[in-house]
Design a protein around this ligand. Structure first.
Ligand code: SAM
Length: 339
């Protein structure tokens, strides 16, 4: 079924995400030389976000970066190259940050998926930016296809799909179809990490379950396959604070149908363990701020802006979680991937 108005509001959430990231960059919380090239028009004129939001963006980015770097580092240690698939990638700059960083040579393939409207805009922004284009390869190797909704290059691929549709019919054929050298775009043999950053809440739980199951099935084809996945999302919105947050979203016509099945932190790993993953863990941003960020970093960001309400910050941060899981086809031989 089509959801025209709601979908437009869902696509717009990407502008919020990009602006929040830009704000945190401007205030010195995070470094991202690529964010500017992908901002919506006029974005640089917007006032920065309040300190509380900037700190939240910082903790979210730090937590996800640690997991992604850990995955890349582990693949490098095993002398394997790996793949990353970002679902609902929006204006994310992660591919470019990896391609410009120490693990660039470990990355074999990076695929981003979003609605066609968003991938078209991103493809155009990539075409316009020298910095973004330079990391994709030679200009003649970068191809716009499907009416400009998709872009392919040797390593980076931008693909349009509605993630609520059956993966067998929409996304699956694109990812498993033959690419260059008669190999599928996504190889079932390479360690692969799925990133769902702030996207699953916008789709019904049965659709996200089906999508995760599709990946689990595809990657069970290979004996040394490793599938990692991480989800960043809001959860536990039943309390009074959560209701305020939900109402804010409703006022902007954004519905989050997936929020209900995950009422608390303990329920979140079920996203993966119910879909054949070997292990899964979830941490709130509050826990991540307390236990995964170094003292030096906490000290550094505490000087960037005045933030006197630590209690309010923790109240917000405990409604966001990062859940990650790993599916090992040979859990004994591959035990080291669990960390
Ligand atoms: N992952 C990016 C980040 O964290 O910065 C963007 C997050 S933004 C809040 C959500 C993104 O998911 C939007 O770009 C939206 O278009 C995309 N999205 C939501 N539902 C989708 C669906 N059913 N199919 C494809 N993309 C979807």
């Amino acid at each position: 079924a089509a959801h025209p108005d709601g979908d437009d509001a869902i696509r717009q959430t990407d502008s919020d995400a990009a602006l929040a990231r830009f704000s945190a960059v401007q205030k010195g919380y995070i470094a991202d030389p690529f964010v500017r090239a992908l901002l919506p028009r006029g974005a640089h004129l917007q006032p920065p976000r309040p300190p509380l939001i900037n700190v939240g963006t910082y903790v979210r980015a730090a937590g996800i970066d640690q997991l992604v770097h850990g995955f890349l580092a582990h693949a490098a240690q095993e002398r394997r190259r790996c793949q990353i698939v970002s679902l609902g990638a929006g204006s994310d700059t992660r591919f470019w940050r990896i391609a410009a960083g120490p693990h660039a040579s470990t990355l074999a393939t990076y695929v981003e998926v979003d609605f066609a409207e968003n991938t078209t805009k991103k493809a155009m922004a990539i075409r316009k930016s020298k910095d973004l284009g330079a990391l994709l390869g030679n200009a003649e190797e970068v191809k716009l296809v499907n009416g400009g909704t998709s872009l392919h290059s040797p390593r980076y691929h931008l693909v349009a799909a509605d993630l609520r549709q059956s993966p067998e019919e929409s996304l699956g054929p694109v990812l498993t179809g033959l690419h260059t050298d008669d190999t599928p775009l996504l190889s079932p043999d390479l360690p692969t990490l799925l990133i769902f950053e702030c996207v699953l809440a916008y789709m019904p739980a049965e659709d996200s379950d089906r999508l995760i199951q599709w990946f689990a099935d595809y990657f069970s084809k290979s004996t040394n396959g490793v599938l990692g996945a991480l989800v960043y999302e809001m959860f536990g919105l039943q309390d009074s604070f959560g209701k305020v947050m939900l109402n804010n979203l409703k006022a902007r016509n954004v519905s989050i149908p997936g929020a209900e099945p995950y009422p608390d932190l303990a329920s979140l790993p079920g996203r993966f363990t119910r879909r054949d993953f070997t292990t899964s863990l979830a941490l709130t941003l509050r826990d991540i701020r307390r236990s995964c960020i170094s003292e030096d970093e906490l000290e550094r960001i505490s000087h960037l802006e005045m933030l006197d309400e630590i209690e309010e910050l923790e109240l917000v941060l405990q409604h966001y979680a990062i859940t990650w899981g790993v599916k090992l086809n040979d859990p004994e031989a591959q035990a080291s991937w669990k960390n």
